[in-house]
Design a protein around this ligand. Structure first.
Ligand code: AHM
Ligand code: MG
Length: 334
């Protein structure tokens, strides 16, 4: 019989390998896994229990919220605010940072999360997910403010995402490679099924929302044009295209078989400066992609080197297989 390692075992082993570890990060990762199991269950049953529709509200970024955006945000907060591992939280769905209630102990970490990424895909039954990024709360800070969250992505202690697709998968890094776990729904445990995930350096698959083409800058126009023309336009191969409109699904694909994913800088009025949010989308995904051997950039700078200006700041994102990202970066430099 195959005996598989569970996420809990994996976390405990990592903790034991680090003698300075207090177990706080392990505890926090277990809390996140519990929240994601609950979200997986809710997403799976959303149609049956009648929570798959639109809410009558907008989030801080003026985006129409889905009922599940609000419910999954509450699931994350309710699973994470009482266990004593966190000093404060930030969520895509909440304008200000979320404080730990006075009657609970505070911990030494800060978390930023997107509780349900790709939520426009819920009603069409495509993959959605949860993305998270963990930072250390600065030494001596007991009442964190937004300023304490403004740390470069390179300072992340842990990042991960869960994708609720045909199977529910949790992908994590603590800066020592990337590991993937599949939720065994019957047992309720995440099982290590994809150890040490690596992104192939080369790819013949790109992902971009082509409907924004007229708004892109010249380097991205050139790159995508060359991909489309393939061997007839001077590239050594023909390219395939995918666009799921769910970053968790795209990054999972890139981790599995390589690829390049772009939500670039454009001059579209609604997404000027990029669409994706730095702290709970671009930054954790960049940490994961780099740890798997890929690259991640805005086109002008490494995403992990950006010091955030605010918790909901947006940035352009170009990530994936190393050689293709480098090619686009060279077009930006020319
Ligand atoms: P969300 O957090 O509101 O779901 O938005 C982020 C999503 C990403 O998952 C995805 O890459 C992108 O938005 C899709 O954008 P578009 O609808 O422009 O294709
Ligand atoms: Mg999102």
């Amino acid at each position: 019989m195959n005996t598989h390692k569970t996420l809990t075992q994996f976390i405990v082993e990592q903790q034991r390998a680090n003698p300075q570890s207090t177990g706080d990060l392990s505890g926090l990762m277990n809390d996140i896994a519990s929240a994601c199991k609950k979200i997986s269950h809710l997403v799976n049953r959303s149609g049956i229990i009648g929570i798959g529709g639109a809410a009558e509200s907008e989030n801080v970024q003026g985006e129409v919220q889905k009922e599940l955006d609000i419910i999954t945000n509450d699931v994350m907060v309710d699973h994470l605010n009482w266990t004593g591992h966190l000093a404060a939280m930030a969520s895509e769905e909440i304008e200000d940072i979320i404080q730990i209630p006075e009657h609970y102990p505070k911990g030494k970490y800060l978390i930023s999360f997107d509780p349900l990424d790709g939520s426009s895909n819920i009603d069409i039954n495509l993959s959605v997910g949860t993305i998270f990024s963990i930072l250390r709360c600065p030494e001596g800070v007991t009442n964190p403010t937004v300023e304490d969250f403004k740390q470069k992505g390179a300072q992340q202690v842990c990042a991960g995402f869960c994708v609720y697709g045909p199977t529910t998968m949790m992908i994590i890094t603590t800066g020592n490679g990337v590991d993937g776990f599949t939720l065994d729904q019957d047992v309720g445990e995440f099982i290590l099924t994809h150890p040490k995930m690596t992104i192939p350096e080369d790819t013949a698959e790109f992902a971009i929302n082509m409907s924004n083409q007229r708004f892109w800058e010249e380097p991205v126009q050139r790159y995508i044009d060359e991909c489309i023309k393939g061997i007839d336009g001077g590239r050594e191969k023909n390219f395939n295209m995918r666009w799921v409109a769910s970053m968790v699904a795209e990054v999972y694909r890139v981790l599995t078989r390589g690829g390049i994913f772009l939500y670039p800088l454009d001059n579209k009025p609604s997404t000027k400066g990029g669409k994706l949010r730095l702290m709970y989308e671009a930054s954790p995904m960049s940490f994961i992609v780099e740890q798997a051997g890929g690259l991640s950039s805005t086109g002008r700078e490494r995403i992990l080197d950006i010091t955030p200006e605010g918790i909901h700041q947006r940035v352009p994102v170009i990530l994936g297989s190393k050689n293709e990202v480098e090619r686009i970066l060279s077009y930006h430099q020319q």
